[in-house]
Design a protein around this ligand. Structure first.
Ligand code: ADP
Ligand code: MG
Length: 629
């Protein structure tokens, strides 16, 4: 038996381990199972090289709770350790790793969220244990050893009579950590961190029903057999070759990842790089519309099939964090803080690789089957539009496949849109005017007026569309977007032909005076115009610029940098002075009747802009009944 003292510069590291990793005690299990898995895979490797002359068999890792003795056991059949290896890897190397880690991070306690992303390795066992034992037998022909340590730097190392190859770690669970003696707690942890690890993990047993023999009697009861309860899938889809996987395989893996999701994903992208960094994974595009689990079911990050986190911020481009799936990379430096992660060159490369790969896949889908791509558009557009706004390289690629749906149900690419509109929809300077609506129902009358003139009207209804429009205008000098209710259609697409006014200047002034008695000038600015006699007499519009700035301010960014504070609602009241009704109002003898007609006309205009509500709407309706009775 050897008694020794772990060589420490800090007096006692164990209280520190407990204190600093308080928030994330649970990761000890992940660390110990990772070690067991490493030991098993290392042996497999040596065996395949012919360097370990052993009967490799089909090794598993077993996790066992013994409530009576208050111990948790992690048992593997890996390569094990000799006495001198325990001294080296446990007493020296692992310990100095843990010590170094704490030295570096003990000042950063306040950054508690980060701490969960560090692996303390073997010594994280002391976060939950008052004593830890290792019983290990190397695959080499050397006696087994028994190491134990009760949380002080002193340890005991003695021979053991263990005969089977491998390592058993025994944790004597601390009284503060008894939760880890509950089966249900361990089950949850295994499911969270170890669900896709490469070595089978056994936790308890289960009953399996055997098939009935062919000659069984009708009322024979099927027999059951007790079998190991293996909690993991050792061969998850992302580790396989895409060519070997069917669409169904991808779908069922999605279910495995997110058992509570019943909506199927739209499609997936299988990632696979080995240069200049290692990364595999599968990204799924979910149907984003009315998805209730957006916050819960996120992309999961793995390191060699061990779950690390579902906070992939900085590793996956922001606009793709709405996707689902897994990313697995041994190259992501997990032992550093998030802020470091974001500045890390390798991580940046990973992020731009993912962005490029997604763009390429979308481009290919668009090319291969445009019709089905169009069908998916509404479900994926937010991701793509957000990507176009936030990632310049993605923008360049997306210009080829981003779609602009029309209110007629057509889908144009940007290039097609330009072609389609360049004949009809230009103003007198030849500038292309792209008309769009944000809501078919609410803007119906405006849309109809544009359609009557054979104009194309896009339907752009994503929340960030005002930002995207702003960007497109910035990138294309000769193009501007106008929402269909930004002005009268003839003003939006201004042609040279001047309409002659039926009213004299004097009559116009007189009309404006009457009008001003009926409407609030704070809300509406009046705009008298000689237009086609068919155009509505009254029309309420919302100037494009102000409305767009307001929207941009509401959806974040934009407004603030213009220093505009909170922008007010701004409307124009456009009066078509050539309309018959305006002439009639002027000819009407009594002032009361004039005012009534104006009120009714303006209210109709407000009604079609959805602005007439509450008491005003009630009064409008009763006034209308009066008129027809
Ligand atoms: P790391 O896994 O990053 O090397 P750890 O602190 O987790 O660091 O483990 C330290 C070392 O102890 C390992 O590198 C390995 O050599 C040894 N070790 C730990 N667990 C086992 C095990 N179950 N079987 C064999 N060796 C082990
Ligand atoms: Mg380890």
């Amino acid at each position: 038996m050897t008694k020794g003292k772990i060589n420490v510069s800090v007096d006692n590291i164990f209280p520190l381990i407990k204190k600093f990793l308080y928030s994330d005690h649970e990761i000890f299990l992940r660390e110990l199972i990772s070690n067991a898995s490493d030991a098993t895979l290392k042996l497999r490797h040596l065996h395949s090289l012919g360097e370990a002359k052993v009967d490799f068999g089909t090794p598993i890792i077993e996790v066992k709770v013994d409530k009576k003795s208050k111990t948790l056991h992690i048992i593997d059949q890996g390569l094990g350790m000799t006495k001198s290896e325990v001294e080296k890897y446990i007493n020296e190397v692992a310990f100095s790793g843990a010590e170094e880690f704490l030295d570096q991070y003990k000042d950063k306690l306040e950054d508690a969220g980060i701490i969960g992303h560090f692996g303390l390795g073997f010594y994280s066992a002391f976060m939950v244990s008052e004593k830890v034992e290792i019983i290990t037998k190397s695959f080499k022909d050397e006696p087994a050893v028994h190491w134990s340590c009760d949380g002080s730097p002193e340890f005991i190392l003695e021979d053991s009579d263990k005969t089977e190859r491998g390592t058993e770690i025994i944790l004597h669970i601390d009284k503060d950590s008894v939760e880890f003696l509950e089966d249900s707690r361990i089950k949850t942890l295994l499911n969270k961190y170890n669900k896709f690890m490469p070595v089978p993990i056994k936790f308890g047993t289960k009953e399996e029903t055997l098939p009935l023999p062919k000659n069984a009697k009708k009322d024979a009861k099927p027999k059951t057999k007790t079998v190991d309860n293996i909690i993991n899938n050792t061969n998850p889809a992302w580790t396989q070759t895409p060519a070997d996987l069917t669409d169904e395989d991808y779908q069922s893996f999605y279910r495995e990842l997110y058992p509570t999701q019943f909506e199927s994903p739209l499609f997936q992208i299988h990632l696979n790089v080995d240069y200049p960094f290692n990364l595999t994974g599968i990204l799924y595009f979910p149907k984003l519309s009315n998805d209730m689990n957006l916050q819960k079911d996120r992309i999961q990050l793995y390191q060699n099939q061990v779950f690390v986190t579902d906070n992939v911020e900085g590793i996956v481009p922001d606009f793709l964090t709405m996707l689902r799936g897994v990313i697995d990379s041994p190259d992501i430096p997990l032992n550093v803080s998030r802020s470091y992660l974001q500045a890390d060159g390798a991580v940046k490369k990973i992020s731009s690789y993912i962005s490029r790969k997604v763009a390429d896949k979308l481009q290919a889908m668009f090319k291969e089957d445009r019709e089905s791509f169009e069908k998916k558009w509404n479900d994926i557009k937010v991701v793509i539009e957000y990507g176009m706004l936030s990632d310049e390289k993605f923008f360049e690629k997306a210009e080829k496949f981003a779609l602009y749906p029309t209110t007629n149900g057509d889908y144009f690419t940007f290039e097609e849109l330009n072609k389609k509109t360049s004949e009809l929809q230009t103003d007198k300077d030849g500038k292309l005017i792209v008309l769009y609506a944000s809501n078919i129902e609410e803007q119906h009358s405006y849309i109809e007026q544009a359609k009557a003139k054979n104009y194309e009207v896009l339907l752009l209804d994503s929340p960030i569309v005002s930002h995207l429009i702003q960007k497109l205008e910035g990138a294309n000098d000769n193009l501007s977007f106008a929402r269909i209710d930004a002005d009268h259609i003839d003003n939006l697409i201004k042609k040279d032909d001047v309409v002659i006014s039926k009213l004299s200047d004097d009559e116009k002034t007189r009309f404006e005076t009457i009008l001003k008695t009926q409407i609030s000038e704070e809300k509406y600015s009046i705009q008298l115009e000689a237009m086609d006699s068919e155009a509505s007499p009254f029309l309420i519009t919302q100037p494009e610029f102000m409305r767009r700035m307001k929207e941009m301010q509401q959806s974040g960014g934009g407004g603030g940098m213009f220093g505009m504070g909170n922008l007010p609602e701004m409307y124009n009241l456009v009066v078509n002075t050539n309309h018959e009704l305006i002439g009639r109002i002027l000819e009407t003898k009594t002032e009361a009747k004039q005012q009534r007609l104006i009120k009714q006309g303006v209210d109709l205009a407000r009604l079609s802009q959805g602005l007439l509500k509450g008491e005003e709407l009630t009064r409008f309706i009763s006034r209308s009944y009066d008129l027809i009775k």
